[in-house]
Design a protein around this ligand. Structure first.
Ligand code: URA
Length: 212
């Protein structure tokens, strides 16, 4: 697994405002959207393209276009939904599949409660959206799910990651024969005993959508 922490002053600035407990939900949603677009730029560095011949007003040339099959963007419900628009701004022709994962707050184990994805993801590059890489359980389960369907290249975009989560994810995916990259805005200090990232930003789903 490859971890890419995006080091850019605009990313750090937006993340700092996101972390602030005084930032309200509308601002939190807008900044998440902007931050994801910046992370998506890095996350799509290896997106597959193919050559295409075009003609400019001045003459013929060869450029590139996204290769088939289209990339698949997979927000993990519920908080990953807050990252979808920011991602699709850069990849408007991607397809979107949904994965509902829930974490048992006592055992911290992740399970799937809903999915809307093609049965066959062979040859697809998948971009998983999950704001908080905390224990790594949800992301590991999501990545396993996608590889069982045939995905052959997976990039996860997370606003924040905890060292424990990165380590667990690496251990959980060690037998996987598929390249996995995690792109994040910051690697934080630790997880607390409730499974929250410290200093983190709190509960991303609640801050995006309110407490449900
Ligand atoms: N999920 C969150 O929303 N926040 C955390 O800090 C950890 C998991």
């Amino acid at each position: 697994m490859r971890l890419h922490v995006v080091n850019h002053p605009l990313v750090s600035h937006k993340l700092t405002v996101l972390r602030d407990e005084h930032t309200d939900s509308p601002t939190f949603r807008r900044l998440t959207d902007e931050l994801v677009t910046l992370l998506a730029y890095e996350a799509t560095r290896e997106v597959r393209v193919e050559p295409v011949d075009i003609t400019t007003p001045v003459g013929p040339t060869t450029g590139v276009r996204l290769a088939a099959p289209k990339p698949m963007v997979v927000p993990i419900l519920r908080a990953g939904l807050g990252m979808l628009d920011g991602m699709m701004r850069l990849l408007p022709t991607a397809e979107v599949g949904f994965l509902g994962m829930v974490r048992n707050e006592e055992t911290l184990a992740a399970s799937t409660y809903a999915e809307r994805l093609p049965e066959d993801l062979s040859g697809r590059q998948c971009y998983v959206l999950d704001p908080m890489l905390a224990t790594g359980g949800t992301l590991a389960a999501a990545i396993q799910f996608l590889t069982h369907r045939g995905a052959d290249d997976i990039t996860a975009i997370c606003l924040l990651a905890a060292p424990e989560g990165v380590e667990n994810l690496e251990a959980g995916l060690k037998d996987l024969d598929v390249p996995v990259t995690v792109v994040t805005a910051a690697l934080d200090e630790m997880l607390n005993d409730k499974g929250y990232i410290v200093p983190g930003l709190g509960d991303a789903g609640d801050r995006l959508y309110g407490v449900a």
